[in-house]
Design a protein around this ligand. Structure first.
Ligand SMILES: NC(=O)c1ccc[n+]([C@@H]2O[C@H](COP(=O)([O-])OP(=O)(O)OC[C@H]3O[C@@H](n4cnc5c(N)ncnc54)[C@H](OP(=O)(O)O)[C@@H]3O)[C@@H](O)[C@H]2O)c1
Length: 280
């Protein structure tokens, strides 16, 4: 990719990352790959790892002392701390909020209302829910904005999220609970599928190691096939199902009463309710 094509090489102000844990680090790596200059990056992280310290030696401002000198009209502030840390972590960020700043939060369960109460009045805020494949640049995030977010700020927030995968926008923040239940928690369901397939293979007589390798590669390969294909999941499923064959015999069980569809509907409804209960 040419430098001119990189989407973050012309960021006017600084970018403040709050919390360089798993998600924060994945985003940071994505931003640097998209042309963000090290000197534009400010990172607030109580326990910086080796690679962050190395970046600090190359120009990233790590944990600048709070005070008037630290004041910056940041282009964006990205909040990637755990939701329970939010009350302590968010309020001090007012220091970095200027007229053009957009605040992007990826904290699960922390609402736009909470962020508005914790930040200066009229702050432009985007709330997003990513998922863990973000760590390999293959996540999907769903974002929603408050009324203060301008079109360029929305574009910037979208670009910051695009560094870790695909991005969708919704107008209704209430949908984020169902998003959390589907794509936020979803990787766990897929890993469970691999576990359950391996266990079922062992029950059908396969040696444990072989069953686990077969389950892992089947889930990973099918995911990649789905990713690369233009066909939808239902068509890909039908393509491997001959009438009266082995796959059809299994699908009769999986798609029958109490099967996959019913189970996942119940599971995602339970996760949606839990997300709603935890929101604040
Ligand atoms: N992982 C996921 O699947 C996923 C999916 C969607 C959304 N999210 C959201 O993404 C956020 C980050 O998740 P994560 O998995 O990356 O968590 P994580 O690895 O625990 O990262 C959070 C980081 O923030 C640091 N921190 C704590 N207090 C801070 C403060 N006051 N100021 C600045 N940094 C502080 C933590 O440092 P210490 O370790 O020293 O506490 C840690 O390095 C969470 O809010 C989560 O809800 C995660």
């Amino acid at each position: 990719m040419k430098a001119s094509q990189k989407i973050l090489n012309k960021l006017p102000g600084s970018l403040v990352l709050v919390g360089a844990g798993k998600m924060g680090t994945a985003m940071l790596e994505g931003w640097l790959a998209q042309g963000l200059k090290l000197t534009q990056l400010i990172v607030i992280e109580p326990q910086p790892g080796k690679s962050l310290k190395a970046l600090a030696r190359r120009g990233v401002k790590l944990n600048p002392k709070p005070g008037p000198k630290a004041k910056a009209d940041a282009s964006a502030i990205v909040i990637a701390v755990k939701p329970q840390t939010a009350p302590d972590a968010v309020s001090p960020l007012g220091l970095y909020v200027g007229r053009s700043t957009v605040v992007l939060s990826i904290m699960a369960g922390r609402t736009i209302g909470f962020l508005e109460r914790s930040l200066p009045p009229a702050t432009a805020i985007v709330r997003a829910m990513p998922n863990t494949p973000a760590s390999i640049g293959r996540g999907i995030s769903v974002a929603t904005a408050n009324t203060k977010v301008t079109a360029p700020q929305r574009k910037l927030a979208g670009n910051l999220l695009a560094a870790i995968g695909k991005v969708e926008w919704v107008g209704d923040e209430g949908l984020i609970d169902a998003v959390t239940a589907l794509s936020g928690s979803g990787p766990a369901y897929v890993f469970l599928l691999a576990e359950a397939m391996a266990k079922a293979g062992i029950a059908a007589g396969l040696p444990a190691g072989l069953a686990m390798r077969l389950a892992r590669e089947t889930v990973a390969g099918s995911g990649e096939l789905l990713h690369r294909s233009d066909l939808d999941a239902a068509t890909l499923r039908q393509n491997v199902t001959s009438p009266g064959g082995t796959t059809a015999a299994a699908l009769e069980v999986l798609m029958g009463p109490g099967g996959f569809n019913e189970l996942l509907t119940r599971a995602i409804a339970a996760a949606t309710r839990r997300s709603r209960d935890l929101a604040g």
